[in-house]
Design a protein around this ligand. Structure first.
Ligand code: PEP
Length: 258
């Protein structure tokens, strides 16, 4: 059965709505140069905005860094003005799609059911989802963190078979820690990550739980990355703000195998 040592950490940079195509390509080149050495130790994923996917994909060609999108539509094609489908993302070289990010849930009304449709579309296109879950401050203070995370997992991963579940990446991102400079303590992160792994064991079996990778996200920075990533059930990070600076993101990636 896979253990922490067998799960290759996955560190992803969510660039959100930042950077022109040219700026994004330059950052990708810088990261490619800085991180060429991490080939086997850490999986590195860059998620630029849609308009920069193609040029960033070109900059990453023949490298060991992977491309991700920040969202997609659940249908493969059709009359959905302004949307982008999973097969289109595959076509420009993506391997991952971030789904259910709290900004999408809070600002764009995404539901667990909608996330689930997208998760299935992503697998159908031959891509892998990074499924985000996490509680608000009010939910944490109300003692509802584990219940909220369980509900988001049950909704988002509904109907998957064990093989798919094992290949999904789950990102635990407490909403109160995203972009706020407040980080969960390593004990808080570990508690929820262990709960998520336990939930996966119940839903998909122990083998899947031992294999699935669970990222922590929420104000991860070079100075807190080693402590968070050192927890037994933390298998990488989803990084927002600090992923926009090559030196900071490279330092976080290196903390994943230090
Ligand atoms: C995120 O957007 O997924 C995130 C974790 O952002 P930040 O690192 O800026 O908190």
């Amino acid at each position: 059965m896979p253990t922490r040592k067998d799960r290759r950490p996955v560190v992803a940079g969510n660039w959100k709505m930042h950077k022109t195509a040219a700026e994004a390509q330059a950052l990708a080149r810088e990261l490619r140069n800085a991180l060429g050495v991490v080939r086997d130790q850490v999986e590195v994923v860059l998620a630029p905005p849609f308009t920069a996917l193609y040029p960033v994909g070109k900059a990453l060609e023949d490298s060991n860094l992977y491309l991700a999108a920040q969202n997609c539509h659940a249908e493969a094609q059709g009359a959905f003005t302004g949307e982008v489908s999973a097969p289109m993302l595959k076509d420009v070289g993506c391997r991952y799609v971030i789904l259910g990010h709290s900004e999408r849930r809070q600002l764009f009304g995404e539901t667990d059911e909608g996330v689930n449709r997208k998760v299935k579309a992503v697998f159908a296109a031959g891509l892998l989802p990074i499924v985000c879950v996490g509680e608000t401050l009010q939910e944490r203070e109300g003692g509802r963190t584990l219940e909220v995370v369980s509900r988001q997992l049950a909704g988002g991963l509904a109907g998957l078979d064990a093989a798919a579940a094992a290949r999904a990446v789950i990102a635990y991102e407490p909403v109160w820690a995203i972009g706020t400079g407040k980080t969960a303590t390593s004990a808080q992160a570990q508690e929820v990550h262990a709960h998520i792994r336990g939930w996966v064991a119940q839903a998909f079996g122990k083998e899947v739980a031992a294999a699935v990778r669970i990222q922590y996200g929420g104000s991860v920075k070079p100075d807190n990355a080693a402590e968070l990533l050192g927890q037994p059930d933390v298998d990488g990070a989803l990084v927002g703000g600090a992923s926009l600076k090559a030196a900071d993101f490279a330092a976080i990636v290196k903390a994943a195998f230090a």
